[in-house]
Design a binder for this molecule. Structure first.
Ligand SMILES: Nc1nc2c(ncn2[C@@H]2O[C@H](COP(=O)(O)OP(=O)(O)OP(=O)(O)O)[C@@H](O)[C@H]2O)c(=O)[nH]1
Ligand SMILES: [Mg+2]
Ligand SMILES: [Zn+2]
Length: 294
């Protein structure tokens, strides 16, 4: 018997694989994988028999953190309050997702905590991103955004990302209460640390899959160099065609159309300033070498 399925969980050396009919199997990889130095991971599409994974399909992409392959899109969760909304964090996450060649969906959670004036002010700025990304406003209290999230995640492999406490696990529980994922409130009651979500697992979510990920408060830019940062700002592309220098980094060059655009207000002020900030941050960062994260 040979079947095809997707890896949804990895614990120790045991893989859980799910097939099209939602049957799950706990399997080991064949020795051949070690020999070839390939480590199947969550998200991989595999061929398996009664007790082993025997082959693996080529990945469309491959994330290092979280350790997951074949991701269609990342739901980037940002709280409107508690913790306060941060454009810097939003832009950092967006560039990391872009650098991994994955489509980001921006989700603004906890909108029930904003009054009308605050909501209007936030939307006025967030609207800037609408040209390039889908944006969904969500509240676990009022259930606003539930339908939009179900629609956008359908038939896709989705990954949740966003700082700790942003409300990722709460979002999943709100949409599918049977998931019953542990959230921050519960972990505080148990006296656990700050991070609530620990291991990576794909779960059935509507018609698709979703992975809740451990929130990370500090982002590491191990995936790209500072002078690549400009490729992960889609709003710079059109303008940059008019930069005087072909290899313009949009930092200090004369005749830079992006700096011009920023000065004229065509680029959201925070967005360009975050670009400078992230650029400097990567430049000053000591090199970090990749380890196999197990
Ligand atoms: N008012 C309000 N509170 C929310 C909402 N969503 C989440 N919260 C609260 O925010 C806190 C953090 O939520 P979690 O879902 O645990 O956050 P998380 O992103 O999963 O955090 P990590 O697992 O640590 O990464 C909890 O106290 C939730 O009750 C919301 O829409 N409105
Ligand atoms: Mg969580
Ligand atoms: Zn330029």
């Amino acid at each position: 018997m040979e079947k095809e399925g997707r890896i949804i969980k990895l614990i120790g050396a045991l893989y859980t694989v799910i097939d099209d009919e939602n049957n799950t199997y706990v399997l080991k990889p064949l020795g051949i994988f070690r020999y070839k130095n390939i480590q199947p991971k969550v998200g991989d599409l595999v061929v398996f028999n009664e007790d082993s994974i025997i082959d693996m399909k080529t990945r469309i992409n491959d994330l290092y953190r979280p350790m997951i392959a074949n991701v269609d899109q990342v739901l980037l969760v940002n709280s409107a309050k508690k913790p306060d909304f941060s454009f810097l964090l939003l832009d950092k996450f967006l560039t990391l997702i872009e650098a991994n060649d994955i489509k980001p969906i921006i989700i603004i959670t906890k909108i029930d905590l904003l009054d009308d004036g605050e909501m209007k002010a936030l939307k006025a700025k967030i609207n800037y991103y609408e040209k390039f990304y889908s944006i969904i406003y969500f509240s676990a209290k009022t259930k606003e955004g539930v339908e939009d999230i179900l629609k956008i995640t359908k038939n896709k492999v989705n990954v949740l990302a966003g700082q700790t406490g942003a409300g990722k696990s709460t979002l999943l529980n709100t949409i599918d209460p049977s998931l019953n994922i542990q959230t921050n409130e519960i972990s505080k009651a148990l006296g656990r640390g700050k991070h609530t979500t620990r291991h990576v697992e794909l779960i059935r979510f509507g018609e698709g899959f979703i992975a809740d990920t451990p929130g990370f408060s500090k982002l590491e830019f191990i995936d790209y160099q500072a002078d690549q940062l400009r490729y992960y700002y889609p709003d710079f592309f059109e303008l940059s065609k008019n930069c005087k220098f072909y290899e313009c980094t949009h930092i200090h060059e004369p005749g830079c159309a992006v700096i011009d655009g920023y000065k004229k207000g065509e680029i959201l002020q925070e967005r360009y300033e975050n670009y400078l900030f992230i650029y400097q941050e990567i430049k000053s960062q000591k090199p970090i070498y990749r380890r196999d994260d197990k």
